[in-house]
Design a protein around this ligand. Structure first.
Ligand SMILES: Cc1cc2nc3c(=O)[nH]c(=O)nc-3n(C[C@H](O)[C@H](O)[C@H](O)COP(=O)(O)O)c2cc1C
Length: 379
């Protein structure tokens, strides 16, 4: 990577493209593509990121920014900053210490960690290694006995919310993975730590399509009652992209929604999550928490999402690039850097705490389309 010299890079100094390039150089092509890739023509993947470039920050001056507070509490989780690590399965492909490393890195930065049901490590291994506030992410499985047991295990291991991902009735059409699979380079080395217990023959490996085959495509809003009855944990719904579904989520008694299109890995040709944030946040109207994921790459992206109504953001691929490059240390450095830079951006913006942040701090960027209509309209 140009400009980095011979020394091991300080991850905090890398811009996202450099981080991604370094990770690419250290991973097999099939693993890089599994993480970086998305569904279809990857329009949603690209749009999630480029949506942030449509906005500009609008700073205020001569404010007292001697104390800038970015600590926050989301569903009882006390966080150093409004940041979570997204649930992402199969992290052993990226680094031998897998989710144990990413969770301990998150703990060092004081941000939230969401463990995937499809993780390589088990939820108990992650819990015993990390003190970070953590939630457990699930899919709705046909086998309700396994689901109930997973919830009970999450409660016993100290997870403080169940994050139900609802945008995977089937797995998206991911060209890159399918090409690598056809070449025999991918798909035969997955480990599902959470499911070892349910294997009767002692094998630890499951076919790649295990989770897809196990998913219940018939679930509807009324099935949330069953999940809620399994524990006292709050339920977070991940994969909401519309006002209608936000309203249904509020009515169904969930505690938070994650505005997410699965990082563009499921349905292609969607709007960016940032573009639908306002419609979700204005429907939620502070009755439930709103978290945004997809394309968050820089501290200024986080500020834009918060200003447009998110209570927190969740970060996916960049964390796996940091994991690939530097394991737990790399993830901790990356997230710590983000927390510190978030504080710097708010200081420069003239914002002393997260409550002050509002649409007043964001302009839509002047593009060739809206220039004809005069100056950028205020939101
Ligand atoms: C390699 C990888 C694995 C993922 N696995 C899961 C998963 O097991 N469960 C889930 O809800 N989302 C999963 N996701 C989606 C992320 O939680 C998140 O929605 C997305 O990565 C956010 O976009 P970003 O990567 O642009 O930050 C995965 C994403 C990646 C990149």
């Amino acid at each position: 990577v140009k400009g980095l010299g011979e020394r091991a890079p300080d991850i905090r100094l890398l811009a996202f493209p450099q981080l991604e390039l370094l990770a690419r150089q250290s991973l097999p092509a099939s693993v890089f593509d599994f993480v970086a890739g998305g569904a279809g023509d990857e329009l949603s993947v690209a749009r999630n990121c480029s949506a942030f470039d449509q906005f500009c920050l609008r700073p205020r001056v001569l404010r007292d920014v001697s104390q800038v507070s970015i600590r926050t509490t989301i569903l009882g989780a006390d966080l150093s900053a409004p940041i979570f690590v997204c649930p992402m399965g199969q992290q052993a492909l990226v680094h031998a210490e897998a989710e144990v490393a990413s969770a301990t890195g998150a703990a060092r930065a004081g941000v939230g960690f969401i463990l995937s049901m499809g993780a390589s490590a088990s939820l108990e291994e992650v819990a015993s290694a990390s003190s970070a506030p953590r939630w457990f992410q699930m899919y709705y499985l046909r086998d309700r006995a396994i689901m109930a047991d997973l919830v009970a295990r999450a409660v016993a291991a100290g997870y403080s919310a169940i994050c139900l991902t609802v945008d995977v009735p089937v797995v998206g059409f991911r060209r890159r993975d399918l090409v690598h699979m056809a070449n025999g380079e991918f798909g035969n080395n997955q480990v599902f730590g959470n499911f070892n217990k349910y294997r009767t023959n002692g094998a630890t490996r499951l076919p790649l399509d295990f989770i897809a085959q196990g998913h219940d495509l018939s679930v509807t809003w009324s099935d949330l009652d069953w999940l809620r009855a399994q524990s006292d944990l709050p339920i977070v719904l991940k994969g909401v992209m519309t006002a209608e579904d936000t309203r249904a989520a509020v009515e169904a008694g969930v505690s938070a929604v994650i505005v997410s299109n699965h990082g563009g890995r499921q349905l292609d040709h969607e709007q960016a999550t940032l573009e639908v944030l306002s419609e979700v946040a204005s429907t939620a109207r502070d009755r439930i928490a709103v978290i945004l994921d997809g394309g968050v790459r820089r501290p200024t992206d986080i500020v834009i999402a918060l200003a447009l109504g998110a209570d927190a953001v969740s970060i996916g691929r960049p964390v796996l690039w940091a994991l690939a490059i530097g394991g737990s240390q790399g993830v901790g450095d990356f997230l710590n850097g983000l927390v510190e830079e978030l504080r710097r951006v708010l200081t420069l913006l003239g914002v002393a705490n997260l409550e002050q942040l509002s649409q007043d701090y964001v302009y839509p960027r002047i593009t060739s389309q809206n220039r004809h209509h005069g100056a950028a309209k205020r939101l």
